[in-house]
Design a protein around this ligand. Structure first.
Ligand SMILES: Cc1ncc(COP(=O)(O)O)c(C=O)c1O
Length: 375
């Protein structure tokens, strides 16, 4: 089976992990945690990093740092992972989804302003699949209405917008280091900021909110969101290979672009002069009329006939949270259409050129077969 995201274990992983075991530093404290936080903040271009046990907890911690609470509203895109909504709801605030742009799949800045009111506290742009949101427009709106910006750069390690790394724009920026990410700790995440007060607050909150003076005396409700020294050791080994990994992703995307761009009904990722995607995942749209079969059928044939795993896009909130009776009456037509037509192809750092060649050959064959009405 060709996996949608074959994991690549970094060269120094065993050495650093062994070091943790030998030294017995295996909890949320230790020199790898400190080093990984420092080096990661430096890589993105922010002053401080607070490591966490997931990207989801990083988002929650970022909103807590801003003191977001019940009665507040946070704006986010209608096409993203549930983590963004859960982080907002966990603070008691209301999530306000906004429809996305059809080419980048990211939040549509022209729809933001009409959703701002006196309860709005923050905007959470999500750089989906590693392609940048329109940061200039978003930052301009945030400045005009004095809103905070929490970037979700979980999928965008090393990606660029106008010569600056994603994650360096917001008041806070959140990353995931889940196993399928460009820099991984297995499970893990981080919040970056330039604000020392918020940095100190998050360091406290993520470890039970102990007061500075007395352990076991708490400044308020606390959380247990720490990244372990073991995970940070893996992260440091992974961070050492980030440039190599970014170039593997770029090669993968160039190959797919080249091979797929002329197949009728396959829409390849947007390319813009002022952005550089991290290509966390190579995402395509399938237009049934031109390609011959729908996205769902294509995914099924790839799996059953060619042993190739793919994955669907996220769902808009009216579908994702249907069981919770939320957003049932709201409508996000662009997100809904993208979700119906979008999938991502095998694009992990551990996937090989041979995997990509097999994927391309299978898609070409399926299109040819569909034209002959085989499906
Ligand atoms: C855009 C986005 N935000 C947040 C997360 C949450 O990260 P984690 O899985 O580490 O909790 C993910 C996970 O893939 C993600 O893709």
């Amino acid at each position: 089976m060709i996996l949608v995201n074959q994991v690549k274990i970094p060269k120094n992983a065993k050495k650093y992990l062994n070091d943790c075991v030998e030294s017995t530093w295996i909890s949320g404290q230790g020199r790898y945690v400190e080093k990984f936080e420092k080096e990661f903040a430096k890589f993105i271009g922010k002053k401080y990093a607070v490591s966490t046990n997931s990207g989801t907890s990083a988002l929650h911690l970022a909103l807590l740092a801003l003191d977001i609470k019940a009665g507040d509203e946070v704006i986010l895109p209608a096409l993203t992972i549930g983590s963004c909504y859960f982080a907002i709801w966990q603070t008691g605030a209301k999530a306000i989804p906004i429809d996305v742009l059809p080419d980048t799949y990211n939040i549509n800045p022209s729809l933001i302003e009409k959703n701002i009111n006196n309860k709005t506290k923050a905007i959470m742009p999500v750089h989906l699949y590693g392609e940048a949101c329109e940061m200039d427009s978003i930052l301009k709106i945030a400045k005009k209405y004095r809103l905070k910006v929490v970037e979700d750069a979980a999928e965008a390690h090393g990606a660029i917008y106008k010569n600056k790394k994603l994650g360096s724009f917001g008041d806070l920026a959140c990353f995931s280091f889940y196993a399928n990410k460009l820099i991984t700790t297995g499970e893990g995440g981080a919040v970056l900021t330039n604000n020392k007060k918020m940095y100190e607050k998050m360091q406290r909150l993520k470890n039970l909110n102990f007061s500075q003076q007395k352990r076991f005396v708490h400044q308020g409700i606390g959380y247990k969101y720490e990244l372990s020294n073991l995970e940070a050791a893996l992260g440091l080994a992974s961070l050492e290979e980030v440039e190599q990994n970014l170039s593997l992703k770029a090669q993968m995307a160039n190959y797919y672009d080249d091979q797929l761009k002329d197949i009728p009904g396959i829409i390849t990722p947007v390319k813009r002069a002022y952005t550089k995607s991290s290509y966390w995942m190579y995402a395509i749209l399938v237009k049934k009329e031109q390609f011959g079969v729908s996205k769902k059928e294509l995914m099924k044939i790839l799996l059953n006939k060619y042993d190739i795993q793919t994955r669907e896009f996220f769902y808009p909130p009216q579908i994702a949270f249907k069981k919770m009776n939320l957003y049932i009456n709201d409508n996000f037509p662009v997100a809904e259409k993208l979700s119906a037509e979008g999938l991502y192809l095998p694009s992990g750092l551990g996937n090989t050129k041979e995997d990509f060649q097999k994927v391309v050959a299978a898609i070409k064959q399926i299109h040819a077969d569909a034209k002959r009405k085989i499906y």
